[in-house]
Ligand binder design. Structure first.
Ligand SMILES: Cc1cc2nc3c(=O)[nH]c(=O)nc-3n(C[C@H](O)[C@H](O)[C@H](O)COP(=O)(O)OP(=O)(O)OC[C@H]3O[C@@H](n4cnc5c(N)ncnc54)[C@H](O)[C@@H]3O)c2cc1C
Length: 474
């Protein structure tokens, strides 16, 4: 394939998928137009997703640690919360990062258009700018990066600010006395943790038998135990059958699996039951791009749709709906357009839940291995045997590695514990580099760090972990 960087391309949507694609295209010498309704690039991730939630979770962790400090002989007074200041801290974080992206976009001479795009045909977009003016622009290739939005449950639709989606919850209008979180996925648990730390009595309702359905149960357990202490209640196998606005609160009917119901009044309700792809791009039917049953735009491994001139990336093309997946897809699409021989086929995409403790995993999970009847050797290193975990007074964590018993290759890594989200990248690298148990065990890790638990897990594979005694057989 010949390299073709002298192209004029458009990227629709400036989230982590869209702006990563646009920036790489500009770096490769393409002429780039990036279209998004916001004043600067950032998308859901920076404006109302990853970044504001993590700023608030940082504060939540500080509050929780200040309570725990009592056990270490230090007692702080109850925190006084200045909500306006907390909100402005979060908003400044968003402004700083999105503003920075705006500068990077200008430096790369990207034509940034604040507006919304619709298709006239496969290579022509009609852009409606924020001032109402319209412009028709033609390109060699178009990349769709339109992202996703919160899923709506019709039975839980009420026209009152007491009913919130993740965007509403991040606005932090007040600290409600009570909050019902519908959905025990990562967004519900992260935002529930923020409100609980600020003093709200939080109830989580999940229709499945466990929180965080995608994660292994043994990893979820320590988190579940801690959340049980933080939250007013965690109701599994339960659905919210209906909600009613009673003026002074929302009356919710909780329905358990056995059919029993309970009514409870909540100050606010957060509905976090998943996200829906923004694939209803006006005029998309004028292209050959196809939208599949679950609403995702269909693409091949080069992120090309059924229309050779249209590519699509990020949340709008499928799970996992995560920012880093979107960015990597964006860069792959641009390279494919440039004529490089590339494919998006990662061996591991990390998932992180930024609760306290954090939960992170990548590659094969134990549940997946069981479901696929796949033979794996699972080793676990409990953090109660980690010097660093003990210094942090956080012994409840665990590091787990799945190995191929024949080749001794690392197939999957799961970590629960403080800082698991930072540690999981080592697991991703090990999987992508086809590392063997010996490679991980022989890699000298700094002491005392939680990262040593990865090395010691690999030592457990050989039955020779320094900090775990294994009685000899026979
Ligand atoms: C509360 C919350 C917390 C999250 N936390 C994390 C996290 O910690 N880590 C993580 O990896 N992921 C997290 N996510 C998910 C993450 O935000 C998404 O996976 C990511 O933003 C997807 O990127 P994207 O580029 O596909 O699209 P998006 O970020 O959704 O951006 C799409 C952009 O396209 C624009 N757009 C749509 N249609 C048009 C059109 N016709 N014309 C022009 N522009 C258009 C939209 O307005 C938007 O700005 C979180 C999400 C939420 C809601």
């Amino acid at each position: 394939m010949t390299e073709s960087t002298n192209l004029n391309i458009a990227v629709v949507g400036a989230g982590p998928g869209g702006y990563a694609a646009a920036f790489l295209a500009a770096d490769l010498g393409m002429t780039v137009t990036l279209i998004d309704p916001e004043v600067n690039p950032g998308g859901v991730c920076l404006y109302r997703g990853c970044i504001p939630s993590k700023a608030l979770l940082h504060v939540a962790k500080l509050i929780e640690e200040s309570h725990q400090a009592k056990d270490w002989g230090i007692e702080f007074a109850s925190p006084k919360i200045d909500l306006a200041r907390l909100r402005s801290f979060k908003e400044n974080v968003v402004k700083k990062l999105t503003g920075g992206l705006g500068v990077l976009s200008k430096q790369r001479k990207i034509h940034y258009v604040k507006g919304r795009a619709e298709f006239e045909n496969s290579t022509t977009l009609q852009v409606t700018k924020s001032n109402g003016s319209q412009e028709s622009l033609s390109f060699d290739k178009i990349i769709l990066a339109t992202g996703s939005r919160p899923a709506i449950v019709p039975a839980l639709k009420l026209d009152t600010p007491r009913m919130m989606d993740s965007t509403g919850a991040l606005n932090l209008e007040d600290i409600p006395g009570t909050l019902l979180v519908v959905g025990g996925g990562y967004i519900g648990l992260e935002l529930g943790s923020v409100y609980a730390a600020l003093g709200t009595r939080v109830t989580v309702v999940e229709m499945l038998p466990g929180l965080l359905p995608g994660a292994d149960r043994d990893l979820v357990l320590p988190l579940h135990k801690r959340l049980e202490k933080m939250f007013d209640g965690i109701r599994l196998n339960t659905t919210v059958a209906s909600v009613q606005d009673e003026g002074n609160g929302i009356r919710a009917t909780l329905k358990a699996q056995d059919g029993t119901t309970q009514e409870k009044l909540f100050d606010r309700v957060l509905v976090s039951v998943g996200r829906k792809p923004n694939s209803e791009i006006p005029g998309i039917e004028k292209t050959r791009a196809q939208v599949g049953e679950r609403g995702f735009i269909q693409v091949n491994k080069q992120l090309q749709t059924d229309d050779p001139d249209v590519y699509a990336i990020g949340d709008v093309v499928g799970e996992p709906m995560l920012a880093h997946k979107a960015s990597h897809e964006g860069r792959t699409a641009v390279e494919a357009i440039a004529g490089h021989k590339v494919a998006f086929e990662p061996n591991a995409i990390p998932a992180v839940v930024f609760t306290d403790p954090e939960l992170a995993w990548c590659g094969l999970t134990e549940t997946q291995a069981q479901n696929e009847n796949r033979e794996v050797k699972v080793v676990k290193f409990p953090w109660a045997a980690s010097g660093r975990a003990i210094t942090l007074d956080r012994p409840e964590g665990m590091t787990k590695i799945l190995f191929d018993p024949q080749t001794e290759r690392v197939l999957g890594v799961g970590i629960v514990g403080a800082g698991a989200g930072e540690m999981i990248a080592e697991g991703v690298l090990a999987i992508e580099m086809a590392a063997l148990a010996r490679d991980v065990a022989l890699t000298i890790h700094p002491h005392p760090t939680l990262s040593e638990t990865v090395m010691e897990s690999a030592e457990v594979f050989f039955g020779t972990s320094t900090h775990i005694y294994r009685p000899k057989r026979g």
